[in-house]
Every structure is written in C-alpha cells, then in structure tokens.
Design a binder for this molecule. Structure first.
Ligand SMILES: [Zn+2]
Ligand SMILES: [Zn+2]
Length: 303
C-alpha cells in the first residue's frame, strides 16, 4: 500500500505514439470488401501501415496499468506522430533521377518513387539518384537537411510507409488504450495532454522533444521546453509506447541529454509490460561487464 509520502509524489505517465498505424490491427483478417457487409466483422481494425510486432499486447498492458493505478497516475501525456501526406519521409515527395533503370531517361513526368525503407543520402541528391518533387519539397533544403543528418551522425533520411496521416484512422489512439485514457480523465477529473510531433513536412521527428534537424522557419521543431519542464517537475516519469527502436528510444535519449544526471533515477521505462528502472539497467550492465572482465583475466592467468 502506498505511504502518505508516496501519495504526495507526482507520477507522470508518458505514452509515446500509441496510434493505430503502429499496431497490428484486431479481429478477423477478412478482406476489406466483406468488412462493411458482415455486421459480425464490425470490430475489425485494419493493421497499421507501420505496425510494430506485439504492439497490441503492449497497449493492452498499458491499458491495464492505467486502469489498475488510476489513483496513482497524476498526469498522462500522450505523444502523437502526426504527418501530412507531403512529409519529407513519404515517397510521394521523391522521384528517381535520369540513371534509373526502371524508367525511360527522356520521361520527365511519372517517374518512379522510392520504395518504403529506402534511405536517401546527400550524395544521392547530388548524384541525382533521387530528387525532391518540385512544389512538394525544396531541393536546397533537402540537400542541407541530409547533410545535417550526416554531420550530426543521425539516422539517414528514410522513406517510411505513409503513416499517422492527420485525420486518418491510423493517426488515432488505439481503441483499447483510448478507453482507458478517457476512464482516467473522468475518474481524476483531469485532461490527458496530447503532444503532436512530426507535423512539419521538412524534417523528421522521432523524439517527442525535438526534430532530427531543426527547421529555422518553424519553432515547433526546436526543443519542446514546456514538455521537458512538465517531466522535470514530476517525482516519477513512467515512459512507454511505440516504437522502442525509434520514437521511445530517441525520446529517452533526449530526456537524458537535457537532464542533469541526478534526475535520471526518476525515469522508469516500461517494456513489454515490465518495469525497467533505467539506473538499475546501467548498474546491471556494468556488473556483467565487470564479471566478464574478471573471468577473462582469470582465464588468461590460468593458461
Ligand atoms: Zn512518423
Ligand atoms: Zn525510375
């Protein structure tokens, strides 16, 4: 049972991008034409365009965690990946150059677009392997953007399947979890805070705190100080959501970058429904490293 001092502590739950496009979908795998006709299939939720394996199970665990600890969670912040169709990481913004083997070199319109997960470097733009589509992306910016990613040692510009398009089903919070969020809001008489990210078409934004490359024309791509402060004043920050490889990963990295080291111990990372205290992970890692080093020394001495 929580002590009085525990109850006075402020716990913030930060859920990263728990949206339909990052989930596998639910219900029957019936083809789309029969979904509208058969009422028994009405609970079918189409798979997301960028589904993360086991995201459904993950979100159900987060749902249960919220429902089981409504009184202990003082604030919920949900980040939402939010894109327009003409986002720099969507294929529609790019077309092949004159050396493409699939297209006629004289053909200037209807050239092919990069397939999902194609990466584009600054050299690809200079060499004309890929060119931004006129009117959708500015070539000068794209070159500067990719060079900046390379200079900072960031991930290369990657063409993702279109996902989390604002206003689409894929952009919405996964239904199971949304019910739990609304239940928490009603019980605690508080509003869930939603933080949109990625809606600037000229830059990618994996971290909820700032874009991969800041767009000088758009302050929303700079560090989100308001969010950082909200997390800083909490006594405990529980982080969970999708996807661990990108958005959760880069959000946690940014929090660690901008926080003094004595704040790190209040971060709790939830992975597959298990709680990982970040600091304990580091200690465990160091212990294993120490054990392996001693083992190697003993082996060398023995032989
Ligand atoms: Zn995205
Ligand atoms: Zn082509």
């Amino acid at each position: 049972m929580a002590s009085a001092s525990d109850r006075q502590k402020k716990t913030v739950l930060l859920i990263i991008d728990p949206q339909n496009d990052f989930h596998e979908g639910e219900g029957s795998e019936a083809p789309s034409y029969s979904r509208d006709r058969d009422p028994a299939l009405k609970l079918y939720h189409a798979p997301g365009s960028l589904a993360v394996p086991r995201a459904n199970e993950d979100s159900r665990r987060i749902r249960d965690m919220i429902n089981d600890h409504v009184g202990c969670i003082d604030e919920i912040i949900v980040t939402m990946d939010s894109h327009f169709k003409t986002h720099i990481a969507h294929a529609v913004c790019w077309q092949c150059g004159p050396r493409c083997l699939k297209c006629d070199p004289k053909q200037t319109t209807d050239r092919c677009s990069p397939t999902p997960f194609t990466t584009i470097s600054s050299k690809d733009i200079i060499d004309g392997v890929w060119a931004p589509v006129d009117g959708l992306q500015d070539k000068e910016w794209c070159l500067k953007y990719t060079e900046e990613l390379e200079r900072k040692g960031k991930l290369m510009l990657c063409i993702w399947p279109e996902h989390c398009i604002i206003g689409s089903y894929g952009h919405a919070i996964v239904p199971d979890l949304n019910v739990a969020l609304q239940h928490w809001a009603k019980t605690r008489n508080k509003a869930v805070t939603y933080v949109m990210k990625g809606h600037n078409c000229r830059t990618e934004m994996y971290s909820a705190l700032k874009a991969e490359v800041e767009d000088p024309k758009d302050p929303r791509t700079a560090l989100n100080e308001e969010l950082l402060v909200k997390l800083k004043i909490a006594d405990r920050v529980i982080i969970c959501g999708q996807a661990l490889s990108h958005c959760v990963n880069y959000t946690v990295r940014d929090i660690l970058n901008f926080w003094h080291h004595d704040l790190v111990s209040k971060l709790v990372l939830v992975e597959d429904g298990k709680l990982y205290y970040y600091i304990y992970d580091i200690l465990l890692y160091l212990s294993i490293l120490l054990f392996l080093s001693l083992y190697m020394i003993l082996l060398l001495l023995y032989y």
